[in-house]
Design a protein around this ligand. Sequence first.
Ligand SMILES: [Zn+2]
Length: 150
Amino acid sequence: MRCPHCTSTDTHVTDTTREASGGIRRRRECKQCKKRFSTVERMADHTPMIVKRGGRRELFDREKVMVGVKVACAKRPVSAPAMERLVEDIEAQIVALNKSEVPARTIGDKVLAGLRELDEVAYIRYAIVYLNLKDLESVKAEIEKLLGER
Ligand SMILES: [Zn+2]
């Protein structure tokens, strides 16, 4: 997303709301010139509801996905734009499914696959939480699986 003031692509989303029309309005802030602007995305008409494990449904929240990615990538050599791209990619893939509902699992799996490409340590961190790896043995098994598939 390009800043309309300085054309920098280094912007971040500060707030996401669904409009009555069905579009998604994002408030963004440019990291270069610090100006704010908002965008309304029509493709978001097709953004599916996310079905959580307990059956609860909620809007796809890219910020929530981003928080998980950021935690996994803390102190790792993964740039902020790379993380933004990963989350934007995942959102685009979710929209491309063209379904009204998508299980939360689908998103978790895509985050895992994306992190695996970006940074293996971040991948393992995310896997520990997301795959609910409960002990060192299961973490070790996951690492060995990763090493074995190299
Ligand atoms: Zn700007």
